[in-house]
Design a protein around this ligand. Structure first.
Ligand code: FES
Length: 68
């Protein structure tokens, strides 16, 4: 049974510049599936990630990995 949450990484311009691209790269390097999301209108909280229904604000790779 796969219990990994559905991961979405914002790939909008602000999140990308504030760490979203590095976050996506880190997940790819670990072969962890995720979706690239358009701007989520949460730019002041960049970078953001969605894990199922939860939103992680000002997140990073370590926080996402800890949430899996
Ligand atoms: S660019 Fe990520 S919320 Fe706008």
């Amino acid at each position: 049974m796969n219990t990994q949450p559905v991961i979405g990484i914002c790939h909008g311009p602000r999140c990308g510049d504030y760490g979203g691209r590095a976050l996506a790269k880190g997940l790819m390097e670990r072969s962890i599936d995720f979706d690239l999301l358009p701007c989520q209108s949460l730019c002041p909280h960049a970078p953001i990630a969605r894990l199922d229904g939860d939103v992680l604000h000002h997140t990073n790779l370590e926080q996402v990995l800890d949430s899996l």
